[in-house]
Design a protein around this ligand. Structure first.
Ligand code: PMT
Length: 403
């Protein structure tokens, strides 16, 4: 279930008696760490209230495709992009038929058409309806489109019939959702990632640093672990929990970070997401520096260059596949391409940090991947968790099928 941590799940609910179980399903998904947004069909309102689902999910419930207020808050395309997984539980025979026909006549079906995320259904209906050849034909169509189908289970039904058509229990559905995120793309690989800022001491109480929160690097570590890698995360001073199955080494300065990264070699892949200070004070005072109270004179700090961690590992005898980030405000792609070549990298991730809401210390990011062919591949704005999974999938593909 760990794999549902930080996943964004759109839970679609269509109009069947099993909709009462959707309330518990929201709880199971939330218990496993997922962020859940509920979309209800009109018929679902007859079986369960939006208020219940809003209270349990902690998010507003979406229902109407043509509601300007709801569209202004989070439009259907935005919702489709937000989702890491679209789960429909219960999925009625009618909903399956509408999906199989590619209909987009309400918010839920439109969202399924618009999303790039995996889609899963937990069917629930009377056993005769499930067995009907029309439903079975729709099922085959949906399976061919790689829509996942969880269940149904067989047993006693609300109508008194016995047979297949019962929705799986919420705990089983949540477990099946977690399996959707199981990818072994980096199985057997050792991935080294650095993250966060470095601190360069001026005296025992002051330092030079930057606004990096470590969120991007920690999300990458989580995604790499999810993809089956053994992950070593070298972290500057940040305030984040360690992702599951990740070995974390805490450091403070650029010099510490370089030593920890070199000690972690050999690795198959190095991702340098840390915002390493380029300079440090030439010396660190042993006691707290006092200001000159006799005059208003300023103070001059002499700085010296820090080692370049990424460039050092990219020329190391045990060189891993090297990925850098380029945090830029102007001519982002130009400077990033230059860093790719100058630092002898396999991939650079250009990060436009001039844009509000992305980059340093934000939950979202938008980046462009540039490999040695210098063909830019933009990844549009998304949560750092989602982007990290896309970046890891891209890199794993390159590692697994070198040109
Ligand atoms: O931590 P967050 O708040 O989530 O923000 C994420 C981020 C904006 C910090 C991250 O996405 C990012 O862009 N990291 C790189 C920031 C940076 O320092 O970029 P740079 O252009 O200065 O450096 C280029 C590359 O060289 C980077 O991979 C950097 O880690 C590496 N470098 C730089 C200097 C140095 N002395 N050693 C290095 O290894």
């Amino acid at each position: 279930m760990q794999r549902l941590l930080n996943k964004q799940v759109v839970l679609g609910i269509s109009g069947g008696i099993a909709a009462y179980k959707s309330a518990e399903l929201v709880r199971r998904l939330k218990d496993a760490g997922a962020d859940v947004r509920v979309v209800m069909t009109r018929a679902a309102h007859e079986f369960i209230t939006p208020l219940t689902l809003q209270a349990l999910s902690g998010n507003p419930v979406h229902g109407d495709l043509l509601d300007p207020a709801a569209e202004a808050a989070m439009g259907h395309i935005e919702l489709a992009r937000w989702a890491d997984l679209v789960l429909i539980a219960p999925a009625t025979a009618d909903l399956m038929a509408r999906l199989a026909n590619g209909r987009g006549d309400d918010l839920l079906t439109t969202l399924v058409l618009a999303t790039d995320a995996p889609v899963a259904l937990a069917p629930a209906m009377n056993q005769a309806m499930w067995r009907d050849s029309a439903t079975q034909a729709n099922l085959q169509t949906l399976l061919q489109r790689e829509i996942r189908v969880f269940g149904p289970a067989a047993g006693e039904q609300a109508c008194g019939d016995i047979g297949p058509g019962r929705m799986l229990e919420p705990t089983d559905i949540a477990a099946r959702c977690a399996e959707c995120f199981e990818r072994g793309l980096l199985s057997g690989r050792h991935v080294l990632i650095n993250a966060g800022p470095t601190r360069e001491a001026i005296d025992p109480v002051r330092y030079i640093s930057n606004h990096s929160s470590g969120k991007m690097g920690f999300a990458l570590a989580e995604a790499a672990a999810e993809a089956g890698a053994r992950v070593t995360l070298v972290a500057g001073p940040v305030n984040l929990p360690t992702p599951a199955r990740v070995d974390r080494i805490d450091v403070v300065s650029a010099a510490d970070m370089l030593a920890a990264c070199e000690a972690a070699l050999p690795a198959d892949l190095f991702i340098a997401s840390a915002a390493v200070a380029d300079y440090r004070p030439a010396s660190c005072a042993s006691g707290k520096l006092k200001k000159d109270t006799a005059s208003d004179a300023g103070m001059t700090l002499q700085l010296v260059r820090n080692p370049d961690i990424l460039a050092t590992l990219a020329t190391h005898a045990q060189r891993p596949w090297c990925v850098g980030f380029a945090a830029e405000t102007d001519d982002v792609l130009g400077y990033a391409s230059d860093k790719l070549t100058r630092k002898n990298l396999d991939l650079i991730i250009a990060n436009d940090v001039s844009q509000p809401g992305i980059g340093f210390n934000s939950d979202d990011n938008a980046v462009t991947l540039i490999d040695r062919s210098l063909t830019p591949q933009p990844l549009p704005r998304a949560s750092k968790h989602k982007l990290a999974r896309q970046i890891i999938a891209f890199i794993a593909n390159r590692l697994n099928s070198p040109a």
